[in-house]
Design a protein around this ligand. Structure first.
Ligand code: B3K
Ligand code: ZN
Length: 873
């Protein structure tokens, strides 16, 4: 496999103006006629036309009307090259592909008998020969022909301009996309589907047609996606002044899909998981996921489609920005300050659970990577979530209005262009008259910076100093880090701040300090008492903050901080300290004689029962850091000890706080008709967390409570939460699992949940997972299903995945290899489960290495080869 470098970027020798595609669709053999007009790029050298093509058969090729023979072009496994071509060229290319054979789900493929495409990043080349790179933007016209009875619905990008019947029971539809686009945004659907549709009025008065397409029988699950789409359109108009630019906007759900969804121009194609929902089948988390992903793909229409990426190294230009936009959308949809904070806490949890580990492991890369072997491996939490943090920092530094000015300038300058991360940064800087040169390091330097805070108080001069220092990876230069701080008085209230040498509003209680050097002192004046500092409020930068807080200070913050994110954070620190101590104790002396101090339990009790606090916040405050996050804090990871320590804490909380947990369980019921709104969802989350604590140390009464909830639940959130608690309690739940399965055997997304909840239960070992694989509903070919069982075991069940005998590592190796033959992208994601292998105790490490080497010895896709090679390097 070859490595591709960002520094090697050169503009394309030829640009494409128009693309006319004709499809004769048949599962085993689809004929694609492609007519493209090209001209030499005035900004590039050379006269060779290089087209990409993979897994397609060339039937015929004409250049400016002339049929080309084999000597007129060079054909390799990946490219078709025409040397010394004229300045203006019309190519007519006929190829054949076999969608039904395409199990990689990249390019044109068949899912449940219907045709779909997925072209990002490099799937278009599996459909036709083309300069398949995002800096080649063209106008597309698409003619689809297929059997009318089997494929009554024929969709592509843009507007429908013609349709009608053909001979032999076939029909056609012609689509035209008025906007220039890169090939990765091309899409088609030929299928038997039905839709929910609606006319919608835009801010400028135009009427647009909105459609959500699903398989027959699923129209009872499209309301929320449709509502989310309308909310997204409104939100982008109001927050960013960005309007829908087409007459129609379509969402199509497909059961076989590699990721969440895809922002094809005017024709978003979605994993069913992010479209289909009703109270019976979907949880609150599913509903929130639909809102976020519908928003995300819709927002791409401006950030990604109208302004796209010059090359794939710039991926975060569209992804980081669009994640930030969908995060802000979800927060605004809740509308309250605590609601906003709750979404922020969720984002921090994701970063710690997945991005920090990635950035500390073998696949670590900057937000704008410098090289890759397979671009599909770089659709990562770093490019997406850390990328969103980087965009968020502009807003933190420039303010909301400043950020909006930057966005406006970005679109003024670059609408219709393929640009780079630097162009976005320049727009932010120029629109605000700010120098953001140093900020570039967030794009070029990998790893999570560590910020250390020390403080000193001078009671005589009434000065309080915060000394901030930063360190990145060896050799890195200092980052430009916004650090939001506040100071709490002894009464728990925020002190008004007066920063020496700082311009800020009088009476402000949170200030954003800009740490740009290796170390800086920030002096607050007129501070009458030694305050408790609240540092990195709202998680103002994606860093690890080190500060020697005492338990008393943390308790003070946990009880009083006006910043909910830091309030939550103080609780996490209190818990983490204890978890690490308990883990060490388990590792050294076993599980006997563990103790949890009354101080901590009291802190938990207070928050649990404080009804002035939003239930959603209380739930987050009471969840202990995950086993993965605990593992990241340790030099040598002992997964069994971590699990035992964490279970002990859960068990203790469940026992000691039983009365309070029961009280809150009952106080947070949501009777009446189900609604996925944030307030109701927050109550259910708290109630179900109480249930899970109660079942950490279950007696007959608690088991009965869970069983009652399972039997009487009117929605999937409560039903599945009860079942998960029961499974995790370790009691026999054969009948419940069977009842759940029988109720939902025909709901693929619920069957996924059924596999997932078993795979992630700490009582499920690798033998049990292998047994579940024998279930008739299991298949490796469907990504959702494969992920539900395999990934939930390898990634969400650490104490079983790291079983001492290494049997689960062998299982991992076996299924990386098996999946690679079917779907390299999915296999490469599974391969990443071994990223952190060097951090485990020597005995486990040796077994993990063996498993990695077993995979490495095979003939692998580029996708998996890159992940395994980097892990072993
Ligand atoms: N842009 C797509 C991701 C495509 C992934 C290709 N392997 C979804 C999204 O981020 O909206
Ligand atoms: Zn995206």
């Amino acid at each position: 496999p070859t490595t591709i470098y960002r520094k090697d970027y050169t503009p394309p020798a030829y640009l494409v103006d128009t693309v006319e595609l004709g499809f004769d669709l048949a599962p085993a053999s689809t004929v694609v006629a492609n007519r493209i007009t090209l001209r030499r790029n005035p900004d590039a050298a050379g006269s060779d036309i290089v087209l990409h093509g993979e897994e397609i058969e060339l039937v015929q090729l004409r250049l400016n009307g002339q049929l080309l023979g084999e000597g007129d072009y060079e054909l390799s496994a990946a490219t078709l090259t025409i040397r010394n071509a004229p300045a203006e060229v019309v190519l007519e290319i006929e190829t054949v592909c076999a969608p039904v054979e395409n199990t990689s789900l990249s390019g044109l493929y068949v899912s449940n008998g219907n045709f779909f495409t997925q072209c990002e990043a490099e799937g278009f080349r599996r459909i036709t020969f083309f300069p398949d790179r995002p800096d080649v933007m063209a106008k597309y016209t698409v003619m689809l022909r297929a059997n009318k009875e089997q494929y009554p619905v024929l969709l592509s990008n843009g507007n429908l301009i013609e349709q009608g019947d053909l001979d032999d029971g076939r029909h056609y539809a012609k689509w035209e996309d008025p906007f220039k686009k890169p090939s990765y945004l091309f899409a088609l659907v030929a299928a038997k589907l039905v839709c929910q549709e609606e006319q919608f009025k835009l801010a400028d008065g135009r009427d647009v047609l909105l459609q959500v397409w699903v398989e027959d029988g699923n129209l009872d699950k499209t309301d929320y996606a449709m509502q989310s789409l309308k909310n997204s359109i409104r939100w982008d108009e109001e927050r960013f002044g960005l309007e829908l630019d087409l007459d129609r906007f379509m969402i199509v759900a497909v059961g076989d899909f590699n990721m969440g969804a895809m922002e094809n121009k005017g024709l978003n194609i979605f994993n069913t998981k992010f479209v289909l929902a009703n109270p019976r089948t979907a949880t609150d988390i599913d509903f929130a996921g639909i809102e976020a992903v519908v928003g995300h793909e819709y927002f791409h229409n401006w950030t990604g489609n109208r302004v796209t990426c010059r090359d794939w190294f710039q991926l975060s230009l569209k992804e980081g920005l669009t994640v930030f936009r969908d995060q802000e959308f979800s927060a605004d949809m809740i509308g309250t300050d605590t609601g906003r904070a709750v979404t922020r806490i969720d984002q921090v949890r994701t970063l710690r659970q997945a991005q920090f580990p990635e950035d500390a492991g073998p696949m670590s890369h900057p937000v704008r990577p410098d090289s890759f072997v397979e671009i599909n491996n770089f659709y990562t939490v770093t490019v997406y979530e850390k990328g969103a943090e980087v965009v968020r920092m502009y807003q933190t530094l420039l303010g909301r209005d400043g950020f909006r000015k930057g966005m406006d300038l970005y679109f003024d300058r670059h609408d219709g262009q393929a640009v780079a991360c630097d162009d976005f940064r320049a727009a932010m800087a120029d629109a605000n008259g700010r120098d953001l040169t140093q900020f570039e390091r967030w794009y070029s330097q990998a790893g999570t910076p560590v910020v250390t805070a020390r403080t000193r108080y001078d009671a005589v001069k009434r000065n309080f100093d915060i000394i901030l220092s930063q360190r990145g990876k060896p050799g890195q230069l200092p980052f430009h880090i916004p650090v939001a701080v506040g100071l709490l008085g002894a009464d728990g209230k925020d002190l008004p701040l007066t920063l020496e040498h700082g311009k800020h509003a009088k009476g402000a209680t949170t200030l954003v300090l800009e740490l740009t050097e290796q170390e800086q002192i920030f002096r607050f004046r007129e501070v009458d008492e030694r305050p408790t500092p609240s540092i990195l409020r709202d998680f103002s930068a994606p860093v690890i903050l080190e500060h020697d807080y005492t338990d008393d200070e943390l308790l003070h913050l946990f009880n009083h901080d006006s910043d909910p994110v830091n309030r939550w954070e103080a609780g996490q620190r209190l818990a983490m300290e204890r978890l690490l101590k308990l883990t060490a104790q388990v590792a050294a002396h076993g599980a006997a004689n563990l103790k949890l101090d009354q101080t901590f339990i009291n802190a938990m009790r207070t928050v649990l029962s404080d009804e002035s606090l939003d239930p959603a916040f209380r739930e987050l405050a009471l969840i202990l850091p995950s086993e993965t996050i605990i593992a990241e804090q340790m030099d040598v990871v002992d997964p069994q000890a971590i699990h035992t320590a964490r279970q002990f804490m859960r068990h203790t909380i469940g026992t000691v706080l039983k009365a309070e947990l029961l009280a809150q369980y009952h106080a947070n019921q949501t009777p009446g008709e189900y609604s996925p709104d944030a307030a109701s969802a927050g109550k259910r989350a708290l109630k179900n967390l109480c249930l899970s604590y109660l079942l950490a140390a279950p007696e007959a009464a608690e088991l009965q409570l869970a069983q009652q909830q399972f039997d009487n639940a009117t929605n999937m959130t409560d039903r599945s939460a009860a079942l998960v608690s029961l499974i995790h309690s370790g009691t026999d739940n054969g009948p419940h699992l069977q009842a759940f399965y029988d109720d939902f055997a025909n709901e693929a997304l619920v069957v996924d949940k059924w596999f997932a909840m078993q795979a992630s239960a700490p009582t499920t070992n690798v033998a049990a997972v292998r047994k579940l694989m024998q279930h008739p509903a299991f298949t490796l070919k469907n990504p959702n299903r494969a992920r539900s069982l395999i990934f939930n075991f390898t990634n969400a069940n650490p104490s079983q995945f790291h079983a001492a005998d290494g049997s689960a590592y062998e299982f991992w190796a076996e299924f990386v290899i098996k999946l690679d033959a079917i779907n390299p992208q999915v296999a490469a994601r599974l391969a990443r489960a071994m990223d952190r292998w060097r951090r485990y105790a020597p005995a486990l490490q040796a077994k993990m290495k063996q498993a990695l080497e077993k995979v490495a010895a095979r003939q692998l896709s580029n996708d998996v080869a890159e992940v395994i090679t980097k892990a072993l390097a």
